[in-house]
Design a protein around this ligand. Sequence first.
Ligand SMILES: Nc1ncnc2c1ncn2[C@@H]1O[C@H](COP(=O)(O)OP(=O)(O)OP(=O)(O)O)[C@@H](O)[C@H]1O
Length: 367
Amino acid sequence: MTLSVAVRHRFGAFSLDVAFEAPKGVTVLFGRSGSGKTTLVNAVAGLLRPDAGRVAADDWLLFDTAGGQWLAPHRRRIGYIFQEGRLFPHLSVRQNLAYGRRFAPKSAPREDPGRVIDMLGIGHLLDRRPAMLSGGEKQRVAIGRALLSAPRLILADEPLASLDDQRKAEILPYFERLRDELAIPILYVTHSASEVARLATTVVALGHGRVTAVGTAQDVLGDPQQLLGIRDAGSLLAGRILAHHEDGLSELATAGGRLFLPRVAASVGTRVRVRIAAQDVILSRARPEGLSALNILAGRIEHVRPGQGPGAMVAVRLGDETLLARITQRSAREMDLQPGEACHAILKTVAVAPEDVGRGLPEIEAP
Ligand SMILES: Nc1ncnc2c1ncn2[C@@H]1O[C@H](COP(=O)(O)OP(=O)(O)OP(=O)(O)O)[C@@H](O)[C@H]1O
């Protein structure tokens, strides 16, 4: 099922005018503060009546201003996951989960509560009230409540923004599972590049109320124009876990060769995608020797793009993938980097954090 979204709305000097399609999987709405993400989400949810627009999927119409159709918010069959969980404080986890079913029609396909509880690992929390849960546990219950409401769409509005890094790392795998196992679209709002890298099937980048880019996570994270800061620029490499070694390293096969990373929490054979920040990559024309870095990937220069400051972004082709390296324009000149020429990309193992390694997208083949 693909959701078609078209919304126009004006608040004084700010105007929102966007249109895009959200297929099955996670469509990340990515943009800086004030770009219009919440306004858009509120229109889809029915909390805001936009000046004009239409949101629909197949035979399911949420609203169509031209046709005068407007479905009340509680009849939209949307599962919400908000920043702060928003569980009912006076209800137990079990009752919060059951609440989700209340507005679903009897005929709606029902997720098995036992399966959802198992998947989210919340079976031992069922009799607790929300006040007795950690932030990460609350978010897992909120995901469960959304799933059990038999939704046709999931709206996640910065669901990790109030969690610390450890809790974020705890929740991200659950969103990966939703992405890969649900047949419905998920609209996921964030301004975090690492959540884009981990979760996005598609990214809709927003700026000043307009769509500035639509593409894969790789496309958007590789385009400094779309990012909140140049430090977010990077690339995603598909890999497969070959071995876990006794010294705490995991070994992966990638298009550019073997990659050693700090222990990846997934079994041998698992397909993963690894985010590599462009600023962590060093380039060398010759294959370096006697270097502490374990990862030396062989490739060819695709292009060199000077930035606005002293930096340049170099794209290195590794098999059918592209790795970005951010170096200075001075180095690019001195190395005389030209498209088509062989070069080596060097990456410190410890530069890749656990949250940079996620489950591979089902449709992308790992080497
Ligand atoms: N009810 C309102 N009345 C007037 N202006 C509003 C209203 N709601 C939002 N705006 C304005 O619309 C613009 C977009 O706001 P919106 O909250 O959609 O952005 P956002 O991308 O979600 O930002 P953030 O990441 O900070 O939540 C902003 O300039 C904001 O000031």
